[in-house]
Structures are given as structure tokens and as C-alpha cells.
Design a binder for this molecule. Sequence first.
Ligand SMILES: Cc1ncc(C[n+]2csc(CCOP(=O)(O)OP(=O)(O)O)c2C)c(N)n1
Length: 888
Amino acid sequence: MKPDDLARLSPIASWRLPEADADPQETREWLDALDAVINESSPERATFLLQKLVQHARRRRVQLPTVANTPYINTIGLAEQPPYQGNLEIESRLMALVRWNALAMVVRANRAAGELGGHIASYASAADLFEVGFNHFFRAGQGGDLVYLQPHSAPGVYSRAFLEGRLTAEQLDNYRRETSGKGLSSYPHPWLMPDFWQFPTGSMGLGPLFAIYQARFMRYLEHRGLLATHGRKVWAFVGDGEMDEPESLAGLSIAAREGLDNLVFVVNCNLQRLDGPVRGNGSIIQELEGLYAGAGWNVIKLLWGSDWDPLLARDTQGLLLRAFHETVDGEFQQLAATTGSFNREHFFAKYPELQQLVAHLSDDDIDRLRRGGHDPVKIFAAYWHAVRHRGQPTVILAKTKKGYGMGSAGQGRMTTHQQKKLDVEQLREFRDRFSLSLTDEQVEDCEFVRPPADSPEMKYLHARRDKLGGYLPVRQRSSAPLPTPKAEEFAKFALEAAGKDMSTTMAFVRMVGALLKEPTLGPRIVPIIADEARTFGMADLFRQIGIYAPFGQLYEPEDREQVSYYKEAVSGQILEEGITEAGAIASWVAAATSYSAHGFAMLPFFIYYSMFGFQRVGDAIWAAADSRSRGFLLGATAGRTTLAGEGLQHQDGTSHLIASTVPNCRAWDPCFAYELAVIVEDGMRRMLGSQEDVFYYVTVMNENYAQPSLPANARDGILHGLYLVRPSAKGAARVRLLGSGTILREVLAAAELLENDYGVGADVYSVTSFTELRREAMAIERSRRLGSACGASWIEQLLPANGTPIVAASDYVSALPDLIRPWLRDHYVVLGTDGFGRSDTRAALRRFFEVDRQAIAVAALAAVDPAGANAASGKFGVDASLAPPWTR
Ligand SMILES: Cc1ncc(C[n+]2csc(CCOP(=O)(O)OP(=O)(O)O)c2C)c(N)n1
């Protein structure tokens, strides 16, 4: 590393050298003094003095190196607090209205149908945090900020949109009633509200993870010279309970390592989750501070509202601070759930001096002492500092009360998360608590209220948003279409393979290599890998397009002399994520939704061990689908018997089955390179050209075999999911064989066996997608059932009822070929790889799972004539005495 490189490093790097010394003589004196203590007293004495000094320095808010914890007070002192740049009075009236309409929406929904559910308490705690953001910080539009909102607070976001005139009362009345098409979704779901919600956060942990990789992806776009994202922020609102999810923590270190100062997390520390306290016997805020600071984040604790400032100023003995430290979260929760007098007796009575400190306050005054996350002035100060901080991501740990303002109905109550019905008395209390000018009737009816357009509140609301670029959240459905190349242009080698040996993984890598050279499309491609590039033969891309590294390459790579050396670069195109499928899929989602979030389409290809996709990060893929992602997922070294040696944890027999459950995922299991080429061509055209909200899952294998050329007229069938690849050599077939992926080759060999050894003619079909066949057949069957005109499904056309049995074999569980059973009128036998994988050669594994050519031939003979099959199974050594593979 060269000295100049130091400046380019993220300032959080712990081994970074200190800044130049401004006063060496003074430094010397301090060090000498310390030496004297060590020498003349003891090292223990030196430790004591240093601890005292550090403690003192922290209280004076002197910047110190990353440490686990700081005192339980606001990070931003009064002196650093900027003046509030808004009209607090109007904002508080608006705040009350947003709170009211959110509450009314949930209560009305549950009056109408108790089963609908909904949450009040989460938003009640987050409301001020959101509103200060909406009024002063969140910039809208394509050049604006991206905001990931806490999911259970959706009612508050709808309520604000109602005030803004973007949602109607009818829509609010259809909260959680979506089937009519007029309703509002429970949580942020772009699939369900494609013009409104941008980021799905309903599954805890995915929001924070996706937000981090979004912030990083924005940097990637900028560093690659594709899109200016400078100055834009990603905001993520996260629950303190949500921080328990491993995914919430998964990206913390990358965010700090890459110095993502375009990222602000706000953890809503209401100290409660669903069942009870997050850390009843501890302090979630102190714990999270240690975690984030340790990972290298800038931590802002936002604990106490302005009302506490005079108390803290008069607390010369530090007893208030001591009492804070002596109070665990379970107690803080109880203090939230109780009255001012209870707080006086149980908190301030800890020390006579503290009692004295609040002697001038009435019980109501004590009740009104706000936590930091409920004081717009303190929130504003925290956000103000967060957006100005450089070199690190910032987390704001905001202390709030769950169910704030819900009084006896919920504030701080164990059960508050589930509270959705308030009686009239409780509603009146709420009205009075927030000084809402509503009549008793309006309260009883839970009427939605919106002041007239020319009222000061409405004018203020619109003016604020106008200043910040418009309303939010708003989702853009599409971006400018991109021309996509024909397979002939990027995969001629595959279309005209003429028997060349190749695996489909190799073919894929070659195709990507060619696509990267396309003038328009090439730069938009985002190859993503989770430490498996060498496994998939992609190492050549390292040098060709470089690995994205925001600080470039500060070292001479060990393999610098190699043609394809490990090249990291600021403008690198590959996202090499390290061993994190969760992080890689988050990057993939950011790229796959770039058309919407940034109005700039990108095309990500994430290639991974197929077992570690749907099985490992299936919920993230589900959220990707909800996000209307467009891109390719490549399940590589796929198949239970094709990935030979890796064994039980690696061999995938299920991903296609799970893929079939994701509605906008088109899943493909091609055997031949030309099939892959046609599929990739089609996917690009649909996603980038036609702007369809689909993504493709394609399995590719590492088995080398002779690749035929594209047969004439096969394209249509490949994309429908089924086509005849080898007609019977014996005239009219007596059996029809279906095969997928590499097992198609066993099926082709079985056809030879059947014809040569048994004189049984076999037509062989390649099934590129059982899922697509099923979906089309289901749609046609439905039309038929409902009496609308329709033709025959592709399955019915290609595999009509004619008395000829059908045998299908797959490298996935037999439930996959079973997906098309309802539309086959003839005897249908399915062979799959049910059970646990294990290590062995491909041939041995295929025998074990009974999907090799002999086992397929036996199954076909049994379907044609059971008597003949017995002899064949003896001849082929398919052992009937063994227990079924899925029990072994
Ligand atoms: C992955 C996942 N697991 C469980 C849930 C169910 N759930 C919804 S909200 C919630 C508690 C959230 O607590 P917290 O994050 O502290 O937020 P709060 O509502 O208190 O603001 C749980 C467990 C979920 N939505 N996602």
C-alpha cells in the first residue's frame, strides 16, 4: 500500500494511522505524564486514570475511537443542535391528523371484519420519526432518496398519503381488503400496489439488508460512470426487535467497509417486539450501539426529548445518568405504560437528589417528558447530523414508546402490538391527548378527517413536499426499453454446436462474455457471484471487466503475471460478494429493480450453487418477486446427480419445485446449450424490451457432453417448455419419454436401449420447463371451466391421449414432473431424485436414484408391458430388493 492510498480508505478502517500531530510538544507532555504514572505508581493506576479520562471525554462529547458503549444520553448535545427549520405548531397538528386517520383506518377495518388485523402501536411509536423525515428530509423523484419503511407502520404512510390527496377515503376503508382492486395492502408490497410501494419490508430483516445493498449499488452505478447518484440517500426504518434477525446484521460490516455515507438507518427502539420486551433484562440501545459501532458505523443515540435537557443540565452529580444505567428495558417499558406519579415513585425516587430534581414538576409534567424519538426537535437534529456525516453509514437509535399516545389502550402494554380495537372512551382519550378538534360523533364513527385544501395545515403539507421534490413513496413501473440481441449474435457457438463437448455452465459463461461486449447492453450487465467464480469457470472475467471495489486495488495481486489475474477496480463490473448468498441476492434485487428505483434498467445475472438459492435465501427471492425484479438467477452445478461428489448438503433436487411456486419466476431446466441460448434471448427481450415484470431461474450444469445444434422449428417448443427432440426410429412410438436437464441424455440413451434391445419405439421430448407447461395448462383449463373460448394446451397438443404410455425422468424430485400429470390422459410414470443426496460418481448416483438409462428403460417397459419389465430389471441390475432411495 502506498502512502497516498491512505487517504482513499474508509476512515473507519481500525488500523488507519492517526492524523498528523498538531502540537507534538503537548503530546509529549501527556505521554511523559502517563509514563510517570506507570513508572512511579503502577500500570493499574494508569488504567484507572485512563478510564476516568475516557469517561470524562465522552461526557464532554470528545470524538474517541470506536468503543462498545457511550453513556445513556443523546449523542448530539444541545450545543450541536441545529435550529428547527419548520413550523412546529402546524406540524404537530398535522402529526395528530396523520395519527388519527391511521388509527381510524385500523379500527374501522376491524369493526367491519375482525379477521383483517392491522397494527396501531408500531406506527404510534414511529410516527414522529416518519413525519420529520417527510417534512424535512426525504427527497422524492428519480434523483431523490430511497426510503425503506417499517412494515407494520404502513397505516401511517397511507394516512399521510390520504392527507396529501393521493389516496381516497374509500381506499382507506378498504385497508387490508384488496381482492376488489380498491384496497390497500397490509404491508409495503410493490406487487400489490405497483405505483406506490417501492420496497417490500414485511419479512423482518430483509428491509435492512436490501437497503444496505441498495446504497452500495447506487455507489456502483456512480463509480461505473452509468448514473450520477451522488447526494442521494437510502433511509431504512427498522424495528429494534427486527434487529434480532440475522439478515438485519448480515450487511453491517460491508456498509462500513465501503464507507456508505449515503445510508441512514433509523432503529425505532420502542423496546418492545410482538410478545414482549426486546431486551427486558438489558438495554437494546446499548447492545445495538456496541454492534453498530463495532461494525464501524457512526452511531447517534436519540434518547431523550428537549424536556429532559434542563433536568440533565441540573444533574451535576450524574445521578440521572446513573439511574438511566440502572434501569433495564423491562422497567423502561413499565415506566412507559404507567402514569407520571408512578414514574416519580419508581424512577425519580431512586435517589433523594433526583426526587428533588423533579420536585417542581407536576405528575402530568413528568408524564409528558418525551423520549427522543417523540421530539421533532431532537429528531431533526439527529437527521441533520446523519445526512452530513461523511465516510461512514449512520444509525440513529431512537428511543420511543410502543403505542405512544394510546393511553390505557396500549402505550407500553405487553399486548399492544396486537391491539386493533379501541372502545369509544379510549378513542376520545386519544383525541384529547393529541388535541384533535373532532366531535364526539366523528370520534365514535372513526371518521377520516382532511382539513380543507386552503387550510394552513394543507398548504404547509404540500409546500414541504413540493420543496422536497414531490410525494413519497411513489413507484415507477418501467423505464425506457432497451434493444436486446438475438441468440445468433451472442450464442452462435451454441446454436451451431454440431456435437462439440461443453457443459451448460461453460456455455452460459461464454454467452455472458459475448453479451458484455454488446455496446448498449454490455455495460448494463451485472455479473454477481458469491465466491464461486472459479467453480463456474468465470475467472477470466476478473481481468476482462474487473471486480467492483470502491477503493480500487491497493495491493499487487499475487497472480498479477497471469492473463486473468484478480483485478479489483473502482469501475469494476463484477459484484464479487464473498460468501453471502443473502448479500448477493440483495445486490441482485437492487440491480433487478434499478429500472424502477433509478429509471435506469440493469440486467443482473447472479450465478450460485443451486442448492443455496431457493433453499437458502428463498424468502429473499420471494421478496425479489414482490419487488417485480427483472434479471436472471442461475442455479449452477445443478441437479442431484449431476453435481457428483459434493453430497447431501450441495446436491439440489428441489429448487425447481420451489421456483414453480413463485408466480413471476419463469423456471427453466435446459439440457442443451442451444436451449439455454433461446431462453436467455427470450428473457432479455421480455424484461428489457417488453418491460414484463418477470425474472428467469435457469439451472446450468457442470457435466461436459456433446452439444447438438438447434433443430429447425424447436424455438417455439423450447419456450413453451416442451418439444420433440427425437422421434421414434421404429415408426409409431409405443412409449413417449420426457427428460429434463442432463437427465434428458439418459432418456435419449434409454430410447436407444428400448429400440435396440426390446424393439420398443420411443419418442423423446425435451422438457425445458415443467412449471411453464403447468401454468399454461391451468389457465386453459380454467377458461374451459368458466366457459370462455380457448384452444388446447401445449401439453395436450404435443402429448395427446392416444394410448401410448409416458415416462418422465428428472434430476429433481418426482413431484416436479408430476406437475403436468392432470393433463396427461395416458398412463404417466414419473422418475425423480427423491431423498438425500450423497457423494459418488454421476453414474452411481443415477443408478442409486433410479434415473439412469436402464432404470428409465425398465420403467418404460413396465408401462408398456409389466411382464417384460421384470426380466429387464434383472438384466439391468435395477434391484427390487433395495429399499426406495428416499428412505435410505
Ligand atoms: C421474518 C418475520 N418473522 C416474523 C414476523 C412477524 N412479526 C411481525 S411484527 C413482529 C414484531 C416486530 O417488532 P419490532 O421489530 O420491534 O417492531 P415494532 O412493531 O415494535 O416497532 C413480528 C415478530 C415477520 N413479519 N417477519
